[in-house]
Design a protein around this ligand. Structure first.
Ligand code: NAG
Ligand code: NAG
Length: 252
């Protein structure tokens, strides 16, 4: 029975022209099983009945990562950082070698949308939370940022990791200048006291008038003194205020 099956198989193979399967480290070319080239190499010449496969190293920027019967090496993947390249937002995680392809990873601030075995084929920028939202979960290499809305008397400008309560002006002895919203804080300011402002203006005017009067008085006295003693040398080593008064009095 076994003999019969083998005979039938051999007849079938002969009729169909299919060669027997090649060994694990061999590849089929025409009717021949040729030895494969190792990783980092490719086939320059297939084997013949009399010669083995001729293997040569991969040129730069190409690779083969397994035993192969390839007549050229594969091109190294390029990690694109710039859109609109397909699979952008990437940078090199591990450079290409003759025996392994480039491995890319997301750029800073990006997450992978097309993951492959320990690498990434495409990444996009994290979502930016809007004003009125907080960052509930910061983005990772594989997940986007998660935003949450601020509710109640809280706010966030979009970059906070939690909503902050509005400042309560009355607790710090101030009054509300602008009510807060979900995206900005309440503005506080000094109490607008009309009586105090009017009193302040009156006091200011009074001080100014008194100063002017004092200056005029001193000037008149000095002018009279100078007329009375014209030959006397006046020293300039006076205090600053006296210098200013002199300039004012004698500038004509
Ligand atoms: C924020 O994240 C927590 C888990 O970390 C989740 O339970 C909650 O629902 C999230 N809130 C929003 C608004 O996404
Ligand atoms: C939000 O506020 C922080 C500090 O209060 C500031 O550094 C940041 O630039 C602000 N972000 C935006 C988007 O306005």
């Amino acid at each position: 029975m076994v003999k019969l099956v083998i005979i039938v198989l051999m007849i079938l193979l002969t009729v169909s022209g299919v060669s027997p399967a090649c060994g694990r480290a061999e590849y089929l070319i025409g009717q021949e099983c040729c030895p494969m080239c190792g990783p980092g190499y490719y086939v320059r010449e297939h084997c013949t009945k009399f010669t083995s496969t001729t293997c040569v190293p991969c040129p730069s920027s190409t690779y083969t990562d397994a035993p192969n019967g390839l007549v050229s090496c594969r091109s190294c993947t390029v990690c694109h950082s710039i859109y609109p390249n397909i699979g952008a937002g990437l940078r090199v995680k591990r450079a290409c070698s003759s025996t392994s392809d480039t491995v890319c990873e997301p750029l800073e601030g990006h997450y992978c949308t097309d993951p492959i075995k320990d690498g990434c084929r495409g990444a996009v920028e994290y979502t930016k939370c809007s004003p009125g939202q907080y960052i509930n979960q910061t983005g990772t290499a594989s997940t986007d940022t998660v935003c949450g809305d601020c509710v109640g008397d809280t706010y966030s400008n979009g970059s906070f990791t939690s909503c902050r309560p509005h400042t309560r002006c009355e607790l710090i002895g101030l009054v509300v200048l602008r009510e807060g919203s979900s995206s900005y804080d309440t503005d506080c300011g000094q109490r607008q006291n009309t009586v105090a402002i009017v009193a302040g203006i009156i006091a200011g005017v009074a001080v100014l008038a008194a100063t002017c009067g004092a200056v005029a008085f001193i000037c008149n006295r000095r002018k009279r003194t100078r007329k009375a003693q014209p030959g006397k040398n006046v020293h300039v080593s006076y205090h600053l205020i006296i210098v200013i008064i002199k300039a004012y009095c004698y500038h004509d």
